[in-house]
Write a protein that binds this ligand. Structure first.
Ligand code: ATP
Ligand code: MG
Length: 332
């Protein structure tokens, strides 16, 4: 079965290892068989960066270069820019009438994000509203599958609620519902051990990280606080270094043998961290080289993004037309 896939990222920083295991790996595989669109969500990036828009603007090509460097191919995947697709903003305006404020305030991901940010009493309306804008993004491409990390499940739920409401109003199917596609590691913790690696939390290893930065990040990782001497038995559960080895090391049997060794004692943290450093440098360094190569030619990046955006504009305008008709607003 061929799926229509929509997914994307906020250009609030270069992409990181959380993106890699949470979504990018899936996307690289899915583009071979499915009709995939990837959105650089710069408007959504502004919802908590209105005071610092440069951060968003400056990262658009970083994210584009990351996509190409990990193997997303612009002839197989349509890569497009949210702010250059007016139908998305229009759809969000229509959908806002189908969602209550209390429904937005209940969104667990948004609640957690608000708690971790310094909004004080001034939560931007755009931030509270971003799940509606995301529903516009997903439905504008008639997406049936959305490869995402766990934090995005409430957004897909809301998207489907909006689709059902609109279909009900219209008395026919105007919008299709979408299913999330979670990977095995649907929430990679940060290098600081916090629940989620996230650009905004600054606890990331990116595809641009140097070998030194990788070494530093791994050295600072928490292991088992009770594993004081090499010969002591150590705990694997909740040990960030093992979480990363599980997520990134290809030799699963070897990792199981390391776990057994660590549990019975005799495997030191610095040796363990050395294994993780080698694994991450092997993964990141070729991506980092390709990324630098793509970033050196901004004209090419711009041309590729423009071509994808033009294609996406046509599709999203069609869906906007259907939604306006459903509201009886296709007057001209
Ligand atoms: P920000 O802090 O600006 O929100 P972010 O690091 O959360 O940035 P997003 O652009 O919001 O990244 O997320 C893009 C996609 O990557 C989403 O599908 C999200 O679920 C996934 N993702 C982000 N971080 C992780 C993570 N740590 N583990 C798994 N998936 C992740
Ligand atoms: Mg995020």
């Amino acid at each position: 079965m061929t799926h229509t896939i929509l997914t994307g990222d906020r250009p609030t920083g270069p992409l990181h290892l959380g993106h890699f295991v949470g979504s990018l790996q899936h996307r690289v595989a899915l583009q071979e068989q499915h009709n995939q669109t990837i959105l650089i969500a710069d408007m959504q990036g502004l919802t908590d960066n209105g005071h610092n828009p440069k951060k968003v603007a400056d990262n658009i090509f970083n994210v584009m270069a990351d996509y190409l460097a990990v193997g997303i191919c612009p002839t197989k995947t349509t890569i497009c820019l949210q702010s250059a697709l007016p139908a998305l903003a229009e759809l969000a305006m229509y959908y806002a009438n189908l969602v209550s404020v209390s429904r937005l305030e209940r969104n667990p991901t948004v609640k957690a994000e608000i708690a971790s940010k310094d909004f004080g009493a001034s939560i931007p309306a755009g931030f509270l509203n971003y799940p509606i804008s995301q529903a516009a993004d997903i439905t504008a491409f008639d997406a049936t599958l959305v490869p995402v990390g766990e934090d995005q499940l409430p957004m897909i739920e809301l998207t489907n609620e909006i689709a059902r409401k609109l279909n009900n109003i219209a008395g026919q199917q105007v919008l299709v519902e979408a299913k999330p596609l979670l990977s095995k590691v649907s929430r990679l913790p940060g290098v600081d051990g916090k629940a989620k690696m996230s650009k905004s939390l600054g606890n990331v290893i990116t595809f641009g990280s140097t070998d030194d930065e990788i070494v530093k990040a791994v050295r600072a990782m928490y292991t088992d606080p009770n594993h004081l001497r090499v010969q002591d038995p150590g705990q694997v559960e909740g040990n960030v270094v093992f979480t990363y080895l599980d997520a990134f090391h290809e030799d699963k049997q070897y990792i199981e043998s390391l776990k057994a060794h660590y549990r019975r004692g005799g495997l030191g943290d610095s040796k363990l961290k050395g294994i993780l450093v080698d694994c991450l440098i092997n993964l990141i360094s070729p991506i980092r080289e390709r990324r630098a190569h793509y970033l050196a030619d901004q004209h090419q990046l711009k041309a590729l993004l423009k071509a994808g955006t033009e294609q996406a504009d046509q599709k999203s305008q069609q869906v906007l037309g259907r939604v306006k008709s459903a509201f009886g607003l296709s007057v001209f």
